[in-house]
Design a protein around this ligand. Structure first.
Ligand SMILES: [Zn+2]
Length: 255
């Protein structure tokens, strides 16, 4: 009997930890779903092909939206417990990350390039490891005329279900999901700033969670773009980004 008690304890501890984690992750998922990029896809009318979702994507998105996890209790890719949020961080499904990064980069690059007097240079695919920046913006007429200064932007899309996000804590046992998510996203942005390549251009990290949240400094970058882009361009960019993140998120999802 003694042996059994010893066996049971770590199991119970693991179970409590798992449900604590689940509660926290679900709370973050609700905050993500209410963010601008996390919800715009729901109200986007597919008036052009780039704004269309497949039936599978809609079904998977609604399943995530209702906070349901995948049907299988264990991941069919890696065999780990299939907790809510696991598909985003599954080691066996990681290869899909490049696609979401590339898609979002091009959407932002196109919107910026449509600002008159602006030249945009996108880092070609395959250069992510060379630590160069994703998007470079050059103002040909000067920032006075275009409202957009020369700058370099670096894009990072992260899951709030990953280990670092889960390990992020707030002082005084604060468990507010929005502040927790922001603290983690800020730490990702700070890391990018500390490890940026040497350059004379002002550097701005752009950090999204896979569910659509942005940290404070990214929100400021978007506010500065909103001032220089036409309303149509800016809104279309948000819609396309929202869809792009959603498509990337559900691509590895199994209904
Ligand atoms: Zn897995």
């Amino acid at each position: 009997m003694e042996g059994l008690a010893q066996l049971r304890e770590p199991d119970e501890v693991a179970h409590v930890k798992q449900s604590e984690y689940l509660r926290e992750h679900i709370a973050k998922a609700v905050v993500e779903a209410s963010s601008k990029l996390g919800r715009v896809w729901l109200t986007t009318i597919p008036f052009q092909p780039s704004l269309r979702l497949t039936d599978f994507e809609v079904a998977a998105a609604l399943q995530l939206r209702t906070l349901a996890s995948e049907r299988e209790a264990h991941c069919t890719n890696c065999g780990e417990t299939n907790f809510f949020g696991h598909p985003e961080v599954c080691l066996q499904r990681r290869f899909r990350r490049v696609a979401r990064h590339e898609g979002a980069k091009h959407i932002m690059g196109q919107a910026l390039a449509s600002t008159p007097g602006t030249r945009v240079r996108l880092e070609p695919l395959g250069h992510q490891t060379s630590r160069r920046n994703d998007i470079q913006v050059f103002s040909l007429l000067g920032s006075q005329a275009t409202g957009l200064a020369n700058a370099e932007y670096d894009l990072t899309v992260v899951s709030l279900a990953n280990k670092e996000a889960r390990a992020t804590k707030l002082p005084n046992q604060d468990t507010d999901p929005s502040r927790l998510a922001n603290k983690y996203l800020d730490s990702v942005a700070d890391h990018k700033v500390r490890h940026r390549p040497t350059s004379n251009l002002p550097f701005h990290p752009i950090v999204f969670s896979l569910g659509g949240m942005m940290n404070g400094s990214t929100t400021k970058v978007f506010a500065s773009w909103k001032r220089v882009m036409t309303r149509g361009t800016y809104n279309l960019m948000l819609k396309r980004l929202s869809l792009c993140l959603l498509q990337a998120r559900v691509r590895s999802f199994e209904l």
